[in-house]
Write a protein that binds this ligand. Structure first.
Ligand code: MG
Length: 463
């Protein structure tokens, strides 16, 4: 009898121990929250931790010192819409159709990111994630293309760039940029304001982001915070305006830096920091034709709308305390195209087998298990492949000065730069390396075989 009681008690003990272990395991295995902060038109040289002498970015500098700072990180295209489509789908513009001679979606665009594409938000939502976009969308502004139809549960922001509304006031009348429409501010599918005061946009986005994180503290979430800045026109709130030695551009970047600081602080306060991956980057290089209202690509040549490095190489910081080694500087190649497959791995989500991805899972690189994963970068203007990079070598087959009317120059023998010894692309060494030219020509011909999907950006609403 005594033995039977002992066995009974022992089995309860074993069962409850197993049960507690299972609960603990489940807790440990909760998939991470993911936050992507995307600046708009921020250049490679515009942050303190990337060498800017007068723009103060203490929060991003600290984020870099607690995480991984990339020095050769790329976006999928050199302008807003194709770059954002590439980030959210892991696919180049030629595959999604988000490219075209109009460059980006405009107020009167009829196209959008095709609904058949799978976005990060759709992928993570299927795994039970809460999904939100705070800020700029720019992947189609007709109702059917808005973020709430592309996997996001919540949206607070603008459908396109902050210069696609009121340009100025003339003789008491507001003058608008295209189709005479004020810039709308959306909450989900509803316009809640027209022509919001942009001085307070960063502050309001920050409040929205913090509120969202707090509301989701018990459930995994994906937050895509796509700031409208430092795209022109530039606006900072009174607390930041007039404070930077770099002028209004510096004020705006410092306010964005403050905003990222508030998000990281919220994660720490809620003890979510050990279970949240945060990545900060920009959609394309600096808009150089805006002169001192545009940013700087530092030592890199050219800017937005260019396939030189300044157009597509961006600052990028990945932060996940306890998982990503603090203070790492990573000079391996990586791209926003890699986000979707990487997040799929972290969230145990399935990738669609019916489509080709241009990104690769880089999680092992983030966690210090592999030094390098990606070896190729492709540089397109619309559907045209202008340049390719393989390892240290970059060949330009076509070149064109950004935002100029010059006819693009086609190079029969491509210009060849060693990007690691010559990051500013100054010294063409094609004549010294016929073997590398022939290898890169083969890679170019291979990539050129991809048949572009029909352009979405070239579709316009008839007036
Ligand atoms: Mg942009």
């Amino acid at each position: 009898m005594k033995l039977a009681i002992k066995i009974f008690l022992f089995s309860i003990l074993i069962n409850s121990t197993v049960c507690i272990a299972q609960i603990k395991k489940r807790r440990v295995e909760r998939t991470p929250n993911i936050i992507v902060v995307l600046a708009d038109d921020l250049g490679y040289g515009d942050l303190g931790c990337y060498g800017h002498p007068t723009i103060l970015t203490p929060n991003l500098d600290k984020m870099a010192s607690e995480g991984m700072r990339f020095t050769q990180f790329y976006v999928g295209a050199a302008v807003c819409s194709p770059s954002r489509a590439a980030l959210l789908t892991g696919r180049l513009g030629i595959r999604t159709g988000v490219y075209g001679i109009g460059d980006v979606f405009h107020v009167n665009s009829a196209g959008g990111l095709p609904l058949s594409e799978m976005t990060i938000a759709e992928m993570l939502k299927a795994k039970g994630y809460g999904t939100a976009i705070i800020g700029k969308w720019h992947l189609g502004s007709l109702p059917e293309y808005l973020p709430t139809h592309q996997g996001f549960d919540y949206w607070f922001g603008t459908p396109y760039s902050n210069d696609m509304g009121k340009v100025h006031t003339y003789q008491g009348k507001n003058i608008y940029s295209a189709n005479n429409k004020p810039l709308p501010l959306y909450k989900n599918d509803q316009v809640i304001e027209e022509e919001p005061d942009q001085h307070f946009l960063t502050k309001r986005y920050t409040e929205e982001a913090v509120k969202y994180i707090k509301s989701k503290k018990d459930k995994p979430f994906f937050l895509y915070y796509a700031s409208n800045f430092p795209h022109t026109p530039l606006y900072a709130s009174p607390a930041f305006e007039g404070k930077s030695k770099r002028g209004i551009y510096g004020d705006v970047v410092t306010e964005l830096d403050w905003s990222v600081g508030e998000i990281l602080k919220t994660l720490k306060d809620l003890k979510l920091d050990k279970n949240t991956l945060v990545i900060f980057t920009s959609d394309n290089g600096p808009w150089l034709t805006q002169l001192d209202q545009g940013g700087s690509a530092g030592m890199l040549y050219e800017g937005k709308n260019s396939t030189y490095e300044g157009g597509m190489r961006e600052p990028a910081i990945a932060w996940w305390p306890g998982k990503i080694k603090a203070g790492t500087i990573n000079s391996a190649l990586a791209s926003t195209l890699d986000f979707l497959p990487t997040f799929a791995n972290l969230a145990h989500a399935n990738l669609s087998k019916d489509r080709i991805l241009d990104g690769t899972d880089i999680s092992e690189m983030l966690f210090g298990k592999k030094a390098q994963i990606r070896n190729m970068i492709y540089y397109y203007i619309n559907e045209n492949l202008y340049a390719i990079r393989k390892g240290a070598w970059k060949a330009h087959f076509t070149t064109h000065r950004s935002y100029s009317n010059e006819v693009p120059v086609v190079h029969e023998t491509p210009l060849l730069y060693n990007i690691e010894t010559d990051p500013s692309e100054k010294y063409d060494v094609a004549a010294q390396h016929p073997d590398i030219i022939s290898d890169l020509k083969n890679e170019y011909e291979k990539q050129k075989k991809i048949i572009p999907a029909p352009s979405e950006i070239d579709k316009f609403i008839k007036p």
